[in-house]
Design a protein around this ligand. Structure first.
Ligand code: SF4
Length: 678
């Protein structure tokens, strides 16, 4: 049986494959179960739309002395041998580097790539081109988790494995629609609740997990930090904190205490003044007591990170764990639920503008993706290479991005299917999908899965394309296999990966180790048992006051809302831009509505005239006409929509509002007007 890893979320379930079918296997993550994306999500592999070759624009071929007539057409491009596309890409990158300097070139990778490709991509940017501008799609998801956790506990990763859910007494899920976005983790959560644990769920919608929760915390949009600070205040005021833990393992308690007690917005009674949300004040008091007295596991998703204060909210979650000693042992800890299956790995190997492999700090800090877009827009960046990330769909401020992409002198894209960003490309490399290659993926619990191909193909992996272009540029990249790249990476990131050879990872592919892996090959399931990886060995409490804004401000000052607040998210059958899942026949059948659908509160049916189709409009742009449904899971004045289909134009609604520290877009709240069209 062949063993691979599901690509569709950070859970990273092990997949078995036999006789052309996915077979659930008893892996340490999947435990013999898979969600529908794991079972049917490979069906795109042989879809006729696949890009099976290298594509170059006709005028570029002519410029480099090739006769376009010699090559067949493919959706507006010419289909050429890879050697031709490598040469042209190398020549273009060299030309622009000579003309405008190395900083005029930028690189954006997706976390669908394996560690080997992500590692080589950042090395290509930094060593071959000499540009610090390299980033990955964590920018639009969990960059705030990395920032917030490193600032408090010292390591931007989950502190415990998923299996510690079974040892938790209280599970606190924040901003994560786990049943749809991370189903196999939600399965563990529900199992544990059935066997006696308490569940608290915090979200702006009454999501699926509310059914199992004792604390059903439907909060106003953009009030995560307000809520978390209030919990911490109760713990401090009532002296519910773990005094020995704070004394021995945590810094800054006195300063933290002083700051939180003098902040008027940290008091739970603020919620009493929010119409429709006043009951939360009492729940905060009760929940604070439970966090302090139970082994508590904190799990969060993009509902926490995709805000202007996402990094601060992650610090606020870590504050709760530190105040109550809920970290560094079994049954408790900090667990960011990553979106793609290698977000953790892409960051670990240095595909970030401010970290090298192993989170070493580079001499020169590069641009984050929104800064890259600005630099393209104003002409400082002339060339861009994008690997596995549809930046012309899944990023915010699409009007600006599309206008910027048109200004590029050269855009190369590695992709599986034609999509929005390939429409702007000069060269497109068709590449292997995750189910056709070997490579390592680091899941949301730091586990290193070595995935092996389920299907054969002649297409190159992303790292082979990078290798091919680098060779044309005279760089000494002569890697012959993914294992060779991995071994170079292990040397470059020894703290985490030194002992994690392919041989070790393949010894028990259904139970591979979690980083850091020692030289002797021993993994580390639980972090911070003895100390924190900070200069003092202690963790740090960081208090950030909540800034009054948006929905909370409106409710406090006016007592009611004008217009609507919209949040966005995934639906179970689909992932990201649905480029892959939208081409899986069975997954498409699972989706009731074939379009991104707007959901509104049943209480707003009259206000919205029982509409069937609406256009959403913000100060930045508007959507296409979208179907509208009403349900009882949303509060009055709030809306939800998924963002999977490019034609819906959801991301035209968002501007540059982003996390203050790391620029992750504020996808989880935007004020919109609703125009009824049907
Ligand atoms: Fe894939 Fe995530 Fe579902 Fe597991 S839970 S099968 S990794 S989508």
């Amino acid at each position: 049986m062949k063993i691979s890893v599901c690509t569709y979320c950070g859970v990273g379930c092990e997949i078995g494959f036999e006789n052309g079918r996915v077979v659930p296997v008893n892996g340490v993550v999947s435990k013999g179960k898979l969600c529908i994306k794991g079972i049917f999500g490979h069906q795109f592999v042989n879809h006729p739309d696949r890009i099976r070759g290298a594509l170059v624009r006709e005028e570029l071929l002519t410029r480099y002395g090739y006769a376009p007539s010699s090559y067949p057409n493919f959706k507006g491009f010419k289909l050429v041998p890879y050697s031709v596309a490598y040469r042209i890409t190398a020549e273009e990158l060299n030309r622009l580097k000579e003309c405008y300097g190395p900083h005029s070139l930028a690189f954006i990778g997706g976390a669908r790539t394996n560690c080997e490709s992500a590692y080589l991509f950042q090395r290509f940017a930094r060593q071959v081109v000499g540009s610090p501008h390299v980033d990955n799609c964590a920018r639009i998801c969990h960059a705030p988790s990395l920032k917030g956790l490193r600032a408090t506990v010292g390591e931007g990763a989950a502190s415990v494995p998923f299996d510690e859910i079974y040892n938790a007494e209280l599970i606190f899920v924040l901003g994560s629609n786990t049943t749809e976005a991370h189903p196999i983790v939600s399965h563990r959560v529900i199992e544990r609740v059935r066997s006696g644990a308490t569940l608290a769920v915090l979200d702006v919608r009454e999501i699926g997990l509310f059914r199992f929760a004792k604390y059903k915390l439907a909060i106003p949009y953009e009030s995560n930090l307000l809520f978390l600070n209030a919990l911490a205040r109760v713990i401090v005021e009532r002296r519910l904190y773990n005094e020995p833990f704070l004394r021995e393992r945590v810094e800054n308690f006195d300063e933290f205490k002083e700051a939180i007690l003098k902040d008027p917005l940290s008091h739970p009674s603020v919620f009493e003044r929010l119409p429709g949300y006043s009951h939360l004040a009492h729940q905060i008091e009760e929940l604070a007591f439970e966090i302090a007295t139970k082994r508590t596991l904190f799990m969060w998703g993009l509902g926490i990170t995709e805000h202007t204060d996402g990094s601060y909210a992650v610090m606020a979650i870590a504050n709760l764990a530190l105040l109550t000693g809920n970290v560094g042992k079994e049954g408790c800890g900090l667990m960011p639920l990553r979106g793609q299956n290698n977000v953790q790995g892409a960051c670990d190997v240095g595909m970030l503008p401010y970290y090298l492999p192993d989170y070493r700090v580079p001499e020169e800090i590069g641009y984050k993706t929104p800064e890259i877009i600005d630099a393209i827009d104003d002409g400082r960046i002339k060339a861009l290479w994008v690997i596995g990330e549809d930046i012309a769909h899944v990023h915010p401020n699409q009007s600006k991005i599309r206008s910027a992409l048109k200004k590029l002198e050269f855009l190369a894209v590695n992709e599986l299917f034609p999509c929005e960003v390939t429409r702007f490309a000069h060269v497109v490399f068709g590449v292997k999908s995750c189910y056709e290659k070997s490579g390592v993926y680091v899941n949301a619990e730091r586990r290193l899965h070595l995935s092996r191909p389920l299907f054969e193909t002649d297409l190159p992996d992303d790292w082979e394309v990078i290798n091919g272009v680098a060779s044309q540029m005279g760089a000494p990249f002569n890697f012959k296999s993914s294992e060779e790249v991995w071994n170079a990476l292990r040397e470059d990131a020894p703290k985490r990966f030194k002992g994690a050879t392919y041989e070790l990872l393949e010894k028990d592919p259904l139970n591979p180790p979690q980083w850091p892996v020692t030289e002797e090959g021993k993994g580390t399931p639980i972090l911070y048992r003895e100390s924190f990886p900070t200069p003092s060995g202690k963790a740090r409490l960081v208090y950030t006051p909540y800034k009054l804004r948006g929905m909370v401000k409106e409710l406090l000052e006016r007592g009611k809302l004008s217009g609507f607040y919209l949040t966005t998210g995934r639906v179970l059958p689909h992932y990201n831009n649905a480029n892959q899942t939208g081409r899986c026949e069975t997954l498409e059948k699972f989706q009731t509505f074939k379009e991104d659908t707007v959901y509104a509160s049943e209480a707003d049916r009259e206000r919205l005239k029982g509409a069937k189709r609406v256009i959403l409009r913000s100060e930045y742009g508007e959507t296409a006409p979208l179907p509208l449904e009403f349900n009882r899971h949303l509060k009055p004045g709030t809306l939800f929509v998924s963002f999977h289909r490019a034609k819906s134009r959801i991301n035209f609604l968002f501007g540059d509002e982003a996390d203050e520290l790391v620029k992750t877009a504020r996808f989880k709240s935007v004020k919109v007007e609703v125009e009824v069209v049907e």
